[in-house]
Design a protein around this ligand. Sequence first.
Ligand code: ADP
Ligand code: MN
Ligand code: MN
Ligand code: MN
Length: 361
Amino acid sequence: MAQLTNKTVLDRYLRLEIPDQKCQAMYVWVDGSGENLRSKTRTLNFIPKAPEELPIWNFDGSSTGQAEGSNSDVYLHPVALYRDPFRLGNNKLVLCETYKYNKKPTDTNHRYRCTEVMTRAASQHPWFGMEQEYTLLDVDKHPLGWPKNGYPGPQGPYYCGVGASKVYGRDVVEAHYRACLYTGINISGTNAEVMPAQWEFQVGPCEGITMGDDLWMARYLLHRVAEDFGVVVSLDPKPIPGDWNGAGMHTNFSTDAMRNPNGILAIETAIEKLGKVHAAHIRAYDPHGGKDNERRLTGLHETSSIHDFSAGVANRGASIRIPRGVAEEKTGYLEDRRPSSNADPYVVSERLVRTICLDES
Ligand code: ADP
Ligand code: MN
Ligand code: MN
Ligand code: MN
């Protein structure tokens, strides 16, 4: 589909100066699906330095799956502030939590509970690194660059691939990487994935609540950047059935104890605890209670079976992988390979900390 507007023309207007103390603040929030993001802008008459300085705002929750039409106002509470890589200057992106008319968190406001858990475990300094896998689609929902009436050649040459017949959509990946760095998101890398048009970016290590904040804002940037290129981002964990890799959100995790000498013992204890609550974690590791991951965690394509808990050194077919270097040095972190690409990072990080740091299952 042709571009409806022209980015070069838009750029003329984005370069117009705005008054000194004015700021465009783009409020961003997770909608009622628990997967999709929404955003809207207001003008501020000051340049905010911290989220607490921003006004609480509201929106029509009946249009986002977050309220009934008869009682539709949902509140937006600013919780994290980022530089805006699209509008530049002093303009801001504002990550928000959502609250109902009765001041209770909405059903998909998982940050509220995550914050409480992270506060209680703060002395153990939980660190996370999340690997966000995703698939680029054409606007017709066909994977980007795939032949319209068939499939590309089988998997093999695409992972970390180079060349026009190996990777599709690198422009999106590069633009997104720079946009993340500009905003202050702790992005740590990117790579082309096993299925063509599938990519990954990593965020971390991040401590506590900042993991979920940075990952959600990185997702927002990805959707926005792709929009500029006329490309669609899918976080579906198994976008193409059959012999094609699915998409996950591997979550690397450590505490002070694990990062200390002989931390491998704390890692082994953590794995034992995780094994006892496998089913509960599977229910929490995608937005549909495990249904999405059923299509992905088959035991094939570098996944473990959804029904079994397993762990192993350098084993990409296990639920939990201990990286080779960690086993050798006896200190470091573990990788939980089960979370789905569309999982809520607040839920995943909260679960890991409750189980491993707080013994609350
Ligand atoms: P993989 O080999 O599984 O593809 P990646 O390099 O994609 O691994 O991702 C590894 C992630 O682990 C990165 O996001 C990195 O920030 C994170 N990480 C590294 N050290 C730690 C640690 N001690 N605790 C938590 N996360 C960590
Ligand atoms: Mn990776
Ligand atoms: Mn990967
Ligand atoms: Mn991984």
